[in-house]
Ligand binder design. Structure first.
Ligand code: UD1
Ligand code: MG
Length: 462
């Protein structure tokens, strides 16, 4: 095996890097029918986070090692990163054995091979770049380490200056070695020219009879190659293998998303009560009040105000729109500039035109609402007959009186007016008034006579 040179071999941009992501664990401590790596953090599977980070930073190709019959994990990997390659680890014989299942990919020739775990979703792109650069700068193996608050269970880094001599698994470590707090985060970068040979030399003579990836360090040193440690924060390398860690990962990621939003000019009055998804797009000068939840696929343009206790998913929120308090936007809600969605209103699969108002207690589903229309309190679009969904079309500047039911398919044309309490089943022409309710009847003196008659009846019984 040749010695690595310490010079940079080629410009960083041209470095061919393969990411191998280990995802063969079921994660029994999750107590779940779902494989561990498919559990979500900020709305995206853990494997999805890992693939996103590698594709944003270091990798030119990715190979995901899954357990047998794990089409679900393979599908998710390809959904997030369509050219992900899939390798299968039939028997769980250890982390080095898992990496070797991707030998066909590794063997095609990469400058750097980076190994990541599918259950370690919080690693940052900058950290991956530093790990890769350690190999580009001449290390045959670079391992990511962190100072552990509690090192129990982790592999320990045996250091000599800044050289990494070995990684000792907790179960194989001596008493003295167990006092070391610099621990193995699990991620490792290997020189692509040596990777297969180093991995192939790893044996399983240890307490767990497993092929340890961590032994790549010792094997490389025996071959006279350089091995180094790269530092990361403990948060970044947190492995999620139970529901408590899943919740902890969610907290860490939410804090990052909140901080990002604020750095980009979003006001969060109470950041810890606002929940984002990994893909939430929110422009500067948006104000978000406390207790707001952003589900997947939401964009919010500038100057919008999201009042307290609102739940938003799959929605486009235009410039200067006000939502809530207590509003719900469901997928397909598309609100144009200056629209108002008030308290206890739900909007689904509907376009709300510029300046239109849906301010109180309404359900607007499968509708097109024109600009500056006014939807009165308690208006309901009756969009479903138990079999099919139908659309309601409301023209610009139309006025829908309170407590009306619009039975779709139905069109209320531009500038038309619907009297309060109407059940509208037929189209309303432009500029017309529709009233669809019982006629009011007045009976003069009826109440007075009723009270007198009842009072007489009660007196007769006493
Ligand atoms: C591993 C490291 C340890 C490190 C710790 C950090 C080894 C030998 N040990 O230990 O030094 O401190 O991570 O969290 O690498 N996997 C497979 N196939 C296998 C075995 C594992 O795909 O045959 C996957 C697991 O699903 C998991 C990852 O590899 O995503 C790590 O495996 P795990 O069993 O959690 O290793 P640890 O004992 O935690
Ligand atoms: Mg682990």
């Amino acid at each position: 095996m040749a010695n690595s040179s310490t010079a940079i071999r080629q410009p960083l941009g041209a470095t061919k890097t393969l990411a191998v992501i280990l995802a063969a664990g079921q994660g029994t401590r999750m107590r779940s029918a779902l494989p561990k790596v498919l559990h979500k953090v900020a709305g995206l599977s853990m494997i999805g986070h890992v693939l996103t980070v590698v594709s944003q930073s270091v990798s030119t190709a990715a190979s995901v090692v899954v357990g047998p019959d794990r089409e679900d994990v393979a599908d998710e990997a390809r959904r997030v990163l369509p050219d992900s390659r899939i390798a299968v680890q039939a028997d769980r014989l250890g982390t080095a054995h898992a990496v070797l299942q991707a030998r066909d990919s590794i063997g095609t020739g990469y400058d750097v091979v980076i190994v990541l775990y599918g259950d370690t979703p919080l690693v940052r792109p900058e950290t991956l770049s530093r790990l890769r650069d350690a190999v580009i700068n001449g290390a045959a193996v670079a391992a990511l380490g962190f100072e552990a608050r509690d090192p129990t269970g982790y592999g320990r880094f045996i250091m000599a200056g800044d050289e990494l001599l070995a990684i000792r698994e907790h179960k194989d470590a001596s008493e003295a070695e167990r006092r070391i707090t610099l621990c193995n985060g699990g991620l490792m970068a290997l020189d692509g020219r040596h990777a297969l040979e180093l991995l192939g030399r790893i044996g399983n003579a240890n307490s767990q009879k497993e092929f340890y990836l961590t032994d790549a360090v010792g094997v490389a040193r025996n071959a006279g190659l350089r091995t180094v440690a790269v530092a990361a924060s403990e948060d970044e390398v947190m492995g999620v293998d139970d529901r408590m860690k899943l919740a902890a990962a969610e907290r860490i990621l939410q804090d990052r998303l909140r901080e990002n939003a604020m750095r980009n000019g979003v006001t969060l009055i109470d950041p810890s009560s606002v929940y984002f998804s990994h893909d939430t797009k929110i422009a500067s000068d948006v104000i978000v009040e406390p207790n707001v939840f952003f589900g997947l696929d939401v964009s919010v343009e500038s100057d919008a105000i999201i009042h307290a206790h609102s739940h938003i998913e799959g929605a486009k929120v235009g410039r200067g729109v006000h939502i809530g308090p207590f509003a719900r936007l469901r997928p397909g809600a598309d609100l144009a500039e200056g629209a108002r969605i008030g308290n206890f209103c739900e909007v689904k699969n509907s376009k709300i035109g510029a300046g239109a108002k849906v301010n109180h207690l309404s359900y607007i589903g499968d509708a097109d609402v024109g600009a500056n229309a006014n939807i009165g309190a308690g208006t309901i679009t009756c969009n479903y007959d138990g079999y099919f969904k139908y659309r309601t079309v409301i023209g610009e500047k139309a006025f829908i009186g309170s407590n009306s039911s619009l039975v779709a398919p139905v069109t209320i044309a531009k500038g038309a007016y619907v009297g309060s309490g109407s059940v509208v089943t037929k189209d309303v022409p432009e500029g017309a008034l529709a009233i669809g309710r019982g006629q009011q009847v007045i009976k003069e003196d009826w109440a007075s006579r009723f009270h007198e008659a009842m009072a007489r009846r009660r007196a007769a019984r006493q």
